[in-house]
Design a binder for this molecule. Structure first.
Ligand code: ADP
Ligand code: MG
Ligand code: MG
Length: 900
């Protein structure tokens, strides 16, 4: 079996499609080599070696032989020999899994430096300082990664070996009055290397290996083992990366960016990852090796004029210092982008004026940049419309709809620490430590960030009022993360460097102490926590031409209609602005809570005969007519689905003694009488009680009043030259006769209003499908309905048999222990509730081919559910106004994917 794949000198055994076998880094190194891009020769040990090693505790027997042969090939290409005294070859040993796991696994540079090879390299390079600089770096990386982390050698005295060695370096520098690493001479670095080796022996109890082959196998084994390191495992759990993928290991000829001032190392993006602008963007460091740029020890130089920041203003760019190399790099950049059809993240090293590419991968980017890059590349003809649509994730859109931390403010902000990016956008506020404090402070008009170890359902009221949430514990599926994401709230979880002192209401983070009331700013898209109040930026979608273009392309592709759920003209307008093609759910109950309406409502409920009930309910007519007028007008000529009164009546009843007293005055009846009526209306299971169409059936005057309000508003609009289109929806129907009953009332009212007003208008009558029985008998129900709208919130409750309000006590546990994979109220339970939806669609259409079918539960804004509804053949989905753009994209993606 082939365990090792070679790349070098324009030839490679592997290619980019072999990421599963070679890992992302290895596959791309092979691909770049094939493209004729300068890549230091090397070879990749496959992920199969990793899984073999994990399963057997040893390497496959052929591996050693294959490795020797591959090493010979590099040696021939480089005209150098590994472990040679006169002409030594050094290599790097680099991890690289299928999917990039940034910072999770290990890399060791300069492998092969020993007392035997040191003199040869000094002679060959003519640069003793460089050789000892490389040597001390090798000792640091090797003792940390291979000896301490992998062999499990425990360092004495708590601190890790890397920290101990860095202390030696700092000590040395300060006793010699040096300020920067560049002050160190060859002699200094030689002394430091000796001290390093002594320290390793002393602390870890074992010598740093002075044999090249031992170093090579030690490093390879360590990188394979780092796949199962704690950090890597935790990361995989969050990112849903299977444990059995394994990592590949790349052994590659070292090229040196630390060989003097004509050498350098850098990272670059083929386009700006923060804005998406089509401009080469990057940083580089003169006379440095790999990790220096990322580690942020020195302020890196800008790659070009465009990449200059306020900190690097006076540092020379590569474009200026070495225009020739810059132009080679620029050509490589273009080549790679054209080849990969996506923005790339590059690592390069310049050794004595020669450019080498060390890595390319798809670059990470924020939401705004993702949209811009996809639209630009589509316009440039680099990718098709379908590819562009598939490349943008719904989260990308979600992100640009939130406030974000102003990038300029963020650059100068003091970073306190990082956690997991659980909820997107930016938030700033004063820290509080309990949900109660969050509420109190908010009431005083303050903006707060709620800081907790972790959250539980009891914290929800505080989470709701907080601008942002920060927790020390928990992962991307913790309670805080789930709740925050549901609300689109900025949230950072699992910030392990954060400790909370709840007694003193203070927190500790990386050496900083903050007290209640101190300001922090969160970047929930990156997981960054900053000290102080940084300015936020409001999203401006109308001005975002890339977003607008995206929506146009998506609309051309999608088959599903997208409506919005809206209970007010403002929401309707907002939804329409975002592209909604109608209202899928307009609830009417909240309209009764306003002060001047609640009294007639209560009168109606408490009335003990039809005459007084009718009298009370008719007081509500003018209000309702105005409501519907506004909403129908805002949406005309698009349809508006209006749901008749749905909730259990007791929700409207007075609760406090004061309210009862007031009502007793207004209605001129005894308080005791009111109280006894309230008691009579009490239900032990209101979710399954007297609600939905059961209200209208028992009290037809409610349906009459609401229908009259809808139709009179419609008539008025028609007379004004508008084209309103009301769709009257009967809730919670479980059997055809229920719908028939209510439909008769609605149609009768429509007829009356048309006659009275002397005009005709269009309207539909349909029902909400939210009970299992309604799905099962959908063919019967459809005979009386012009449309169905699946109310998947209640359908989920009634199918699972649990109440959404009461599931807080067990649902987190259910999800934690994987009894349920996802919260079924967020993403539709396809195999259960979804099957009922399918049945309802099929049966409904079987008896009424013209039946219009939509969904108006919260699932209407969830991309995965939208794909499901698309495939089931619904006509539209309806979601909250702010989810409409996401739904438009998700619907387009669903169409594209179903045609693949
Ligand atoms: P990561 O996956 O964490 O980015 P890498 O394997 O890319 O780790 O290595 C980190 C850095 O080490 C690279 O950015 C590069 O600068 C440096 N490096 C790795 N291999 C070599 C090499 N053969 N020659 C010179 N530098 C190297
Ligand atoms: Mg890298
Ligand atoms: Mg319902």
């Amino acid at each position: 079996m082939k365990f090792i794949y070679y790349f070098g000198d324009g030839q490679a055994d592997g290619a980019v499609h072999q990421k599963d076998l070679l890992g992302g880094k290895g596959a791309n190194l092979a691909e770049m080599t094939r493209l004729g891009i300068p890549v230091p020769p090397g070879f990749t040990l496959t992920t199969k070696v990793c899984t073999y090693y994990m399963n057997n505790g040893e390497f496959p027997s052929q591996l050693k032989n294959q490795l020797m042969k591959s090493l010979l090939r590099i040696e021939a290409a480089m005209d150098q020999q590994f472990d040679s005294a006169s002409n030594p070859l050094l290599v790097s040993v680099r991890s690289g899994a299928r999917k990039s796991m940034p910072g999770m696994m290990e890399t060791v540079l300069n492998v092969g430096l020993t007392s035997k090879t040191l003199p040869g390299l000094i002679q060959q390079s003519g640069d003793e300082r460089f050789v000892y600089d490389s040597y001390r770096r090798l000792i640091t990386m090797y003792s940390d990664v291979v000896m301490e982390k992998t062999l499990g050698l425990k360092s004495k005295g708590g601190k890790g070996i890397r920290e101990k060695l860095e202390l030696i370096l700092e000590d040395y520098k300060s006793t010699h009055n040096y300020t920067i690493d560049a002050d160190l001479t060859a002699e200094d670095l030689k002394i430091i290397s000796d001290r390093y080796k002594n320290c390793v022996k002393d602390i870890l109890g074992q010598d740093f290996p002075d044999d090249a082959t031992t170093q090579l196998w030690g490093a390879i084994t360590a990188v394979f083992k780092s796949w199962n390191g704690k950090r890597a495992q935790a990361y995989r759990r969050i990112e849903n990366i299977p444990n059995d993928w394994g990592t590949a290991v790349n052994v590659q000829t070292m090229v040196f960016g630390n060989m003097g001032n004509d050498s350098a190392t850098g990272v670059a993006f083929t386009r700006n990852p923060a804005t998406g602008e089509n401009q080469f963007y990057g940083e580089w460091l003169i006379n440095a090796q790999g990790e220096d740029v990322v580690a942020g020890i020195r302020t890196p130089n800008p790659l070009n004029q465009y990449s200059t920041t306020s900190e690097s203003l006076n540092l020379p760019s590569l474009e200026k210092v070495n225009p020739k190399i810059y132009s080679v790099l620029d050509t490589v950049k273009t080549r790679l982008e054209v080849h990969y059809h996506d923005m790339q993240d590059l690592e390069f090293t310049i050794q004595k004026g020669r450019l080498w590419m060390l890595q390319t991968r798809t670059g990470k980017r924020n939401g705004a940049a993702a949209i811009r890059i996809a639209m630009d590349m589509m316009n440039e003809g680099l990718i098709s419309e379908d590819e562009a649509l598939l490349r943008i994730s719904p989260e990308n859109i979600d992100e640009i709809m939130h406030d974000t931390v102003d990038p300029n403010a963020e650059k100068s902000g003091l970073l306190l620490g990082t956690g997991l990016p659980a909820g997107p956008g930016g938030a700033t506020g004063q820290i509080v430590f309990t949900a109660e404090d969050a509420e109190d402070w908010k009431k005083q008009g303050k903006r707060v960030i709620l800081v907790r170890n972790e959250t539980s359902p009891e914290d929800v009221h505080g989470m709701h009022v907080a601008s942002g949430i920060l927790t020390a514990k928990g992962g991307m599926t913790s309670h805080a993360a789930l709740v925050a994401r549901g609300w689109g709230k900025c949230c950072i979880v699992g910030c392990s460097v954060l400790t909370i002192d709840s007694k003193n209401k203070s927190l500790h983070i990386n050496g900083t102490i903050l007290n209640e009331g101190d300001w922090v700013t969160l970047n929930g898209s990156l997981g960054n926590i900053y000290k102080g109040e940084l300015s936020l930026k409001k999203p401006d979608l109308e001005q975002n031409k890339y977003f607008n273009k995206l929506m146009i392309v998506a609309d051309q592709k999608k088959e599903l209609g997208i409506r919005t759920n809206a209970d007010s003209p403002e929401d309707a307008m907002q939804g329409r602005k975002f592209g909604a093609e109608g209202i899928g759910l307009c609830r009417t109950e909240h309209m009764f809570f306003e002060p001047e309406r609640i009294s007639p409502m209560r009168e109606m409920i408490l009335a003990n005969n039809q005459i007084s009930r009718r009298k009370a309910v008719m007081k509500l007519l003018p209000f309702q007519r105005d409501d519907f007028y506004g909403i129908l007008k805002a949406m005309a000529p698009h349809p508006v689905t209006i749901r008749l009164l749905d909730p259990p009546l007791h929700e409207f009843l007075p609760h406090t003694e004061e309210q009862i007293e007031k009502l007793s005055d207004e209605m001129d009846i005894q308080k005791s009488e009111i109280k006894s009526r309230i008691t009579a209306l009490q239900e032990s299971n209101p979710m399954l009680g007297h609600r939905g169409c059961r209200l209208g059936i028992m009290y037809p005057e409610i349906t009459e009043m609401q229908s009259r309000a809808i139709f009179e508003a419609t008539a008025k609009l028609v007379k004004e030259g508008e084209f309103p289109l009301p769709e009257v929806m009967i809730p919670l129907v479980g059997s055809a006769p229920e719908l028939e009953n209510q439909k008769r009332v609605v149609n009768q009212l429509a007829k009356e209003v048309m006659q009275n007003e002397g005009i005709n208008f269009e309207y539909l009558v349909g029902t909400m499908i939210e009970l299992p029985r309604a799905c099962i008998t959908a063919d019967k129900i459809a005979e009386h309905a012009q449309f169905f709208s699946f109310g998947t919130n209640d359908l989920t409750q009634t199918t699972f048999g649990f109440s959404r309000d009461d599931m807080g006590s067990f649902m987190p546990q259910y999800i934690d222990s994987q009894i349920i994979k996802n919260d079924p109220f967020q993403s539709i339970d396809q195999s259960g509730v979804g099957e009922l939806v399918k049945l309802g669609v099929q049966k409904g259409r079987s008896s009424n081919s013209k039946l219009k079918i939509g969904i108006c539960g919260e699932h209407g804004g969830d991309p995965e559910s939208i794909a499901f509804f698309n495939n089931v053949g619904l006509d539209y989905v309806s979601c909250s106004p702010f989810r409409v753009p996401i739904a438009r994209l998700a619907a387009a993606q669903a169409t594209i994917k179903s045609n693949l």
